[in-house]
Structure formats: structure tokens, C-alpha cells
Ligand binder design. Structure first.
Ligand SMILES: Nc1nc2c(ncn2[C@@H]2O[C@H](COP(=O)(O)OP(=O)(O)OP(=O)(O)O)[C@@H](O)[C@H]2O)c(=O)[nH]1
Ligand SMILES: [Mg+2]
Length: 522
């Protein structure tokens, strides 16, 4: 007969650490919590059993052993007779500290020398230097938060845009782990019902209502699927939304990259074929991080290096979230058509006509106005939504080789949105219309954000995929009417993967792996 759920959990506990339980005060660890280097103030952290007594033995001021939790005390730190610094000591008593252990924070003057002297003193008195992330690891092990929240602490520190900050904060406050936790509890209930059936062996009894189980699994899948789908978006929030600039040689791709980044990142010359490889960098626009990718101009060539570069341009285009198709003439516009046709239909694209400054320069007061383009401020039509209108256009004598656009004489030409594609006109060189392009990019990304709860961590993504596969096995088992013991096995596997996400079930290896990526002092 299959193992009972209790046996299963018992066996697992040999390999795994269960998070729930008593607060464990471990040995004393210390570290600099602020960035190293010279600053006005530095903060040194100490946590573990005996921390308050240790600092009290080297502190001259109030008696810290008698001090209440969450109080701050001014005094001096001394190594024997020698004064190290005037400090502010904050006292936190178990369980009301970050780690839930007794903890002290020493605010001293921000000199490397003073920090070294204080750490040396603490180590002499019995503390040891903390491993990376060890404070957060202790907080997790003492039940301060689940693993998703612990990982969010690292993300919050690393956040470099409004969006990544918001995602990390959402995870820190429970985000999707609360939702998953609730469903997991229900699933455990079903698992135990099925285990009970197994205990009755030969007797044909069913404690677990199969229809209710199916409903629960569907509801779990309903929670998990959008989370899985959100990963690309969540990952881009962290790493930057990739935007590939694609076009024929010399249309101004590198000029545009430099203008977007506000720095001379790529070489610009009038020689066609200047850029040979992909060049990229990130920029935060409207609270979102974008990864702009300049590429080699695409054309037929026999040059070996250029051919490799063009291959990379095509790869960048396929991987990008948004493709900017840049052109400066009817010919270079036509060159882009086969590339766009070959691209997956759902890919977001912006068609950008460059070098419009040339068009205005060509005009003189006496000439009939052929292509009068006047920049307009971008029209915001709603929250985060952008109407990418840039220019008013006068008489257009020639038949336009470009895709049809709405609007007539002197009317505001709407940057058309067709099959997810938008049309704009700019001058990368004079930066005319650039703000509008930025607004369009921001609007395109913001329109993707379905909810605040997004998965941005590849570990969570991996376990969500595994949970989904296991849950689908349960559904398949229900469809084919498999026996309780097989059903129980599939449910156990789902529970295992769900538990690994929030850290209800974790191995030491996994914990070490996660927390070693933190900085020391966190
Ligand atoms: N008048 C005008 N010239 C521009 C504009 N943008 C780029 N150029 C010029 O066009 C030429 C080519 O610019 P690049 O940015 O090197 O073009 P590219 O598309 O990166 O070219 P490759 O790297 O060869 O594929 C340079 O002489 C630029 O100064 C613009 O908006 N207006
Ligand atoms: Mg270039």
C-alpha cells in the first residue's frame, strides 16, 4: 500500500526543514548592514542569543540588559580602556525583531576603520561574521515570512525602477503566496481524505468527493495559469523590456539608440554597414526599465562579418518584446515588409519614419508645402494609454508608399494602431518626436500589465510549471478513474511543488542557494 500522508511528511522531514515551529535563537552573527565605504553613518547588525548582553559588556551608557525592546540608547563603545566611537544602539528583543531573535543595531560614524574596529570587537566577544543573507534566512526559518517574501527582500534591494519596486513590494506583502497557501491547505485536506480511503483497504469507500476535488484542482489551475503567463512580463520588469531597433543600413538606428539612451553608445557614421553586432543598454522610462537593442542594418551582402551581424539582428527581433521598424525612405520602408511578415503576428511593432528634419529643411517659404510636419505633444487618452499622434501633415502630393493613415489636410494624424503596430515620425538626430516614441513604448508595456501579481522569479516559475503538470495528472487520473493510491501520489507531488514555492517544504541546499545570492548584512 502507498505511504500515508503522515509517513510521507515524516520521511520528508529527514531531508527537509519545516518552517513552522518555535523561534530558534541561534549563535550570534554580525555584519555591516549599510554599504561599505565612507559615509555619515554606518549601521552594524548583531543577531542571536546573547546579543544584548554582548553589546552591553562593551557599551558605556544605559544598561542595555534592562532596556525595553525598540529603544535607542546613546553611549560609547570601548575596547577595554580605548574608546572606539560614540554610537546609537537600538535594542530589539525576541520575537519582535527582523530575525525574531534578540538583535542589536549599532549606528556609528561611517568610517571603514571604525566599522572594522567594532566588528573586530564583536567577534572577540563571541559573535561571528554573518553569511550572505543569513539575517533574512533566520527571519524565514523563524516564520517571519515565507520564502517568496524572503526572496522579495533581495528583489526590493535590487529594484531599479518603479515597476520592479512595485512587484517586489507586492511579493513582500504576501502577493500570490497567500493565495497559493490557501489552496494548498484545501488540497492537503483532500489528500488526507484519500489517504483515509486507502486505510480502509479492500472496502469500497470514498471519503473524498471526486467532483469537489476536480473543482479544487481547476481553481488551483485558474490561479496558477495566469501566474505562469505573467512570467515573461515579470522577468522583463526586472531585466528590462527588450526593444529591438531594426532597419536597413544607414536609416539611423544607432542614432536613435544614442538618442534614447542619452549617450553616445553606438558609433554613427554615414557609411552603410557601420554597426556589425548588437549593441544594447537599459534606460528607465516612465518607471519601466527598457533594454534598447541597436542592430546591424539588414541587407543582402556577401561580407562574412556583416552576414553574422544580420543573423543576430534577426534573432534580436524575434526575442524582443517590441520591434521598432525604422525607415527613412519608401525603399527602406519596403525592405522592412518581408521582415515584418515573417515575424509572429502577436509581436508588438512600431513603424518609425526617421529623418523628418530633412523634410522640413527642404522647404522654403516660396515652395508649395509638400510634407509639412509639425510636432505635437503626445495626447494621453487615459491612464497609461497613449495616443501616439506626432505630427500634423499638409498636402501630400505623391501617392504615399507607406501604409494608409487616417486624417486629412492639416488634421492631426493619429499614430495608427493596426494589428498591434503603431506608426510614428521622428528625427533621431534632432530628437524631434522622440518624446512621443517614448510615450508610445511606455503605453505599449503598461497595457500588458493585467494585474499587480506577477511572477518575476525563475525559481517560482519553474515550480509553478511543475505544479501545473502534476495537477493536470490529477485531472487526467480523475478522468480515467484511476485508483486512490495513484491519485494520492499525484496530489502529493503537486503539494510538494507548491510547498517548495512558498518554502513550506525546503531543503537545506535550496535555502543555501537562495540566500547565498543576498548581500552580507541582509
Ligand atoms: N538628417 C538626419 N540624419 C540622420 C538622422 N538620423 C541619422 N542620421 C544620419 O544617418 C547616417 C546613418 O546613421 P546611423 O545611426 O549610423 O545609421 P544606422 O541605421 O545605425 O546604420 P548602420 O549601422 O550602417 O546599419 C548618419 O550620417 C546620421 O547622422 C536624422 O534624424 N536626420
Ligand atoms: Mg548603426
Amino acid at each position: 500500500m502507498a505511504l500515508s500522508l503522515l509517513d510521507f511528511l515524516f520521511n520528508l522531514s529527514h531531508l527537509c526543514k519545516m518552517k513552522e515551529g518555535q523561534i530558534q535563537q541561534q549563535d550570534m552573527i554580525c555584519a555591516l548592514a549599510t554599504a561599505s565605504g565612507v559615509g555619515a553613518i554606518a549601521v552594524i547588525r548583531l543577531s542571536g542569543k546573547g546579543s544584548i548582553a554582548l553589546v552591553n559588556s562593551v557599551f558605556k551608557g544605559a544598561d542595555l540588559e534592562q532596556a525595553a525592546s525598540h529603544t535607542v540608547h546613546f553611549g560609547t563603545l570601548r575596547n577595554g580602556d580605548s574608546l572606539i566611537d560614540e554610537v546609537l544602539v537600538s535594542v530589539f528583543r525576541t520575537p519582535r525583531s527582523f530575525t525574531k531573535e534578540d538583535a542589536i543595531e549599532i549606528g556609528c560614524h561611517g568610517s571603514d576603520y571604525i566599522v572594522r574596529q567594532i566588528l573586530k570587537l564583536l567577534i572577540q566577544q563571541g559573535a561571528r561574521i554573518a553569511r550572505p543573507g543569513e539575517f533574512t534566512q533566520r527571519a524565514f526559518l523563524n516564520g517571519q515570512f515565507d520564502l517568496v517574501q524572503a526572496e522579495a527582500v533581495a528583489d526590493l534591494i535590487a529594484a531599479d525602477s518603479e515597476a520592479s519596486h512595485k512587484t517586489a513590494l507586492n511579493q513582500l506583502r504576501g502577493g500570490f503566496s497567500k493565495k497559493l497557501g490557501g489552496l494548498r491547505t484545501e488540497l492537503i485536506h483532500f489528500a488526507s481524505m484519500i489517504e483515509l480511503e486507502l486505510d480502509f483497504g479492500e472496502e469500497d469507500v470514498e471519503f473524498a468527493e471526486r467532483d469537489d476535488l476536480r473543482r479544487l484542482i481547476n481553481s488551483l489551475l485558474g490561479t496558477i495559469n495566469p501566474l505562469i503567463d505573467s512570467f515573461d512580463f515579470g522577468n522583463a520588469i526586472k531585466e528590462g523590456f527588450p526593444v529591438a531597433i531594426i532597419g536597413s543600413p544607414n536609416v539611423g538606428k544607432s542614432t536613435l539608440l544614442n538618442a534614447l539612451l542619452n549617450e553616445e553608445k553606438a558609433i554613427v557614421t554615414s557609411i552603410a554597414g557601420t554597426t556589425r553586432d548588437v549593441i544594447e543598454d537599459t534606460m528607465v522610462l516612465g518607471g519601466l526599465k527598457f533594454r534598447f537593442i541597436d542592430t546591424a542594418g539588414i541587407r543582402d551582402t556577401t561580407d562574412e562579418v556583416e552576414t553574422i551581424g544580420i543573423g543576430r539582428s534577426k534573432q534580436a527581433m524575434e526575442k524582443a518584446d517590441i520591434v521598432i521598424f525604422l525607415y527613412d525612405s519608401p525603399e527602406t520602408y519596403q525592405d522592412l515588409q518581408p521582415l515584418s511578415d515573417a515575424l509572429e503576428p502577436g509581436k508588438k511593432r512600431i513603424w518609425v519614419k526617421n529623418k523628418v528634419d530633412n523634410l522640413t529643411v527642404r522647404q522654403t517659404a516660396s515652395e508649395p508645402r509638400e510634407n509639412h510636419l509639425t510636432p505635437q505633444p503626445p495626447l494621453l487618452t487615459g491612464e497609461g494609454e497613449v495616443d501616439p499622434t506626432t505630427f500634423t501633415e499638409g498636402n501630400q502630393q505623391e501617392e504615399s508608399p507607406y501604409p494608409p493613415r487616417t486624417g486629412g489636410r492639416g488634421e492631426v494624424i493619429r499614430g495608427e494602431v493596426m494589428h498591434g503596430a503603431v506608426q510614428l515620425s521622428i528625427s533621431a538626430k534632432t530628437q524631434l518626436g522622440l518624446e512621443n516614441l517614448k510615450f508610445t513604448l511606455i503605453g505599449m508595456v503598461k497595457s500588458q500589465a493585467a494585474s499587480d501579481t506577477v511572477v518575476s522569479n525563475s525559481r517560482h516559475y519553474e515550480h509553478l510549471l511543475k505544479t501545473k503538470a502534476a495537477l493536470e495528472e490529477v485531472i487526467m487520473g480523475l478522468d480515467t478513474g484511476i485508483t486512490g493510491d495513484f491519485l494520492a501520489q499525484d496530489i502529493r507531488l503537486s503539494l510538494h511543488h507548491l510547498g517548495e514555492i512558498t518554502g513550506t517544504i525546503v531543503t537545506d541546499d535550496l535555502l543555501d542557494n537562495i540566500f547565498s545570492k543576498f548581500c552580507i548584512g541582509k
